[in-house]
Design a protein around this ligand. Structure first.
Ligand code: AMP
Ligand code: MG
Length: 335
């Protein structure tokens, strides 16, 4: 009898110990035009998340187009004059331009004049005239951005928009704050961006559901993730309808029009959240075939594509498990 009690106690102790440790600290806020939700584990988690909330306020000011005193606000008011950037913004612009180069401009951080013309910064998006599109397109060209020694110079009339990369970057910056605070396990969700730090406290991988672009309450499957960002770009995230046609917020810089590449969404998984975010936008513009050609030449990221007809394709390194519904459609593994 005594033996049983001891064994029972031994069994219960680690379980109850785990239960305390398994309760995450949580924080939620609205920043960067997005609802943000954070969960962190460990004894310092609460203080760490409160620092994360402050970091989000700082990043919003630094990178938003609507903050006149931030880096992007100052660049966009410079009208051809050089602007000294913070080291962080300079590094992020470097990442943005690297993705522009590798995607042949499908991701272009100078897309501001086009996004503005379509009205996606304000409350009244609308279809612009062809003449206005042609004029705006002439000011969009990542190759004309000069970045040297932390100083950026754009041609007069050109402006930056970090909407396609800032949230992914914010995930990286928050993970850095958490690490500084000795947090080793956390889950962060910023709009279509999820960033995970380490693994779950029980040592298993995080399991991140990938939204069905056709049904906001459904998932197409889930990804097993450790220390990566999982970023989805989709036409469903922001759009408007005019004369019966729907126009979304991801612009093909070559045409000036919302990208029509046969995709409903693209998810990119990579250790660097800023790169994953920029790549997700770029791959959405490029379409599956060009995107897969890039993946085959590189493989430093993984991707999941949902095509217009609902078909799903995923790269062999995606650690993706299609849901039962997806399996009954077509979920195709790409090598
Ligand atoms: P995401 O949701 O990450 O795909 O980013 C979309 C946002 O990035 C848009 O709201 C625009 O602010 C900006 N954007 C749109 N098209 C592009 C593009 N081709 N390259 C870079 N940024 C873009
Ligand atoms: Mg993006």
């Amino acid at each position: 009898m005594k033996k049983c009690v001891v064994i029972l106690l031994l069994l219960l102790l680690p379980l109850s110990g785990c239960a305390v440790q398994n309760e995450p600290a949580r924080a939620e806020c609205f920043a960067m035009d997005t609802f943000i939700s954070m969960q962190a584990y460990g004894k310092n988690a609460e203080a760490a998340l409160s620092r994360c909330t402050q970091e989000l306020t700082r990043l919003e000011r630094l990178l938003s187009i609507s903050s006149a005193e931030g880096d992007i606000g100052r660049v966009n008011a410079a009208n051809g004059e050089p602007v000294a950037l913070s080291a962080q913004t300079a590094a992020l612009l470097g990442t943005a331009l690297a993705v522009s180069a590798e995607t042949d401009g499908a991701f272009d951080p100078t897309v501001y004049p086009l996004v503005s013309l379509w009205g996606f910064y304000g409350d009244e998006p609308r279809v612009p005239s062809q003449a206005a599109l042609d004029e705006a397109r002439a000011s969009v060209d990542w190759r004309k951005v000069s970045l040297a020694g932390g100083v950026v110079t754009l041609p007069a009339g050109a402006k930056l928009d970090f909407g396609g990369i800032a949230k992914g970057y914010a995930g990286d910056a928050l993970k850095a704050v958490l690490r500084e605070e000795n947090v080793t396990s956390a889950w962060l969700s910023l709009g279509g961006n999820v960033a995970v730090l380490g693994e779950k406290p029980d040592g298993s991988a995080w399991r991140i559901g990938i939204r069905d672009p056709l049904d906001e309450s459904a998932v197409i499957g889930s990804v097993e993730a450790r220390d990566v960002s999982i970023v989805t770009a989709g036409g469903y995230q922001r759009n408007f309808t005019q004369d019966g046609k729907t126009y979304h917020h991801i612009i093909d810089p070559k045409t000036g029009l919302p990208a029509e590449s046969g995709l409903l969404s693209v998810t990119v998984i990579a250790p660097d959240g800023a790169r994953a975010d920029a790549l997700s936008t770029a791959l959405f513009v490029m379409g599956t075939q060009r995107a897969l050609a890039l993946w085959r030449s590189d493989r430093s990221f993984a991707a999941i594509f949902v095509e217009s007809n609902g078909d799903i394709l995923y790269t062999e390194n995606a650690a993706f498990s299609p849901s039962n519904i997806s399996k009954s459609k077509m979920a195709k593994f790409v090598e």
